[in-house]
Design a protein around this ligand. Structure first.
Ligand code: SF4
Ligand code: SF4
Length: 181
């Protein structure tokens, strides 16, 4: 077999330039074949759903939007060490570190904290490496149904602390649940 005839997919077809017959030039057979394919698809199981009325089940290993965690006292866990940014293959994370002031001890758990923490959701591939790299258990990809919303403005995909830090009410709720269990 010569290299010219090898087809990796097995679907290679030789194209010939032979003149069409009268019946071929009417395209009736070709149109009928096309219609048969279309009709056949009408009876196949649909792969699309009517979103947003219908929603698919999330996979148990689904990785949703990131959340910057708080500890049991509601303080931000992140110490702006930068390990998440270093481990990110998409270079999606940027941050700015600040020293914690004495009067801010109730806000930040560590002596250093991220005054700016941003994730570019257009770059992120939701691999979870930032979560694995974090020594403070400060960043998690939410397993629940928190998805990054669609938008037509690129700027809006840069998520800052306002969107990433765990809501205080959620931290209080978690603490109460932990105490009860
Ligand atoms: S999930 Fe992966 S790509 Fe996204 S920010 Fe974390 S490390 Fe980067
Ligand atoms: S989220 Fe974790 S790894 Fe990233 S800067 Fe904060 S403490 Fe460091």
């Amino acid at each position: 077999m010569s290299l010219d005839t090898v087809s990796l997919s097995g679907r290679k077809k030789e194209v010939s330039n032979k003149k069409m017959t009268f019946w071929e030039s009417l395209y009736l057979v070709a149109i009928a074949k096309g219609l048969v394919i279309t009709i056949r698809h009408l009876f196949k199981r649909k792969v699309t759903i009517k979103y947003p009325e219908q929603k698919r089940e999330f996979s148990p290993v689904y990785r949703g939007q990131h959340m910057l965690m708080r500890d049991d006292e509601g303080r931000e866990r992140c110490t702006a060490c930068g390990l998440c940014a270093l481990s990110c293959p998409a270079e999606a994370i940027t941050m700015k570190a600040e020293e914690r002031k004495p009067e801010e001890k109730h806000l930040y758990r560590e002596e250093k904290y991220a005054s700016i923490y941003e994730i570019n959701m257009l770059r992120c591939i939701f691999c979870g490496l930032c979560e694995e790299a974090c020594p403070k258990q400060a960043i998690y990809l939410t397993k629940s149904k928190v998805i990054v919303k669609s938008n037509s403005n690129r700027e809006d995909f840069i998520y800052g602390k306002d969107k990433l830090v765990m809501p205080l009410e959620m931290a209080i709720q978690n603490t109460n649940q932990n105490k009860a269990s």
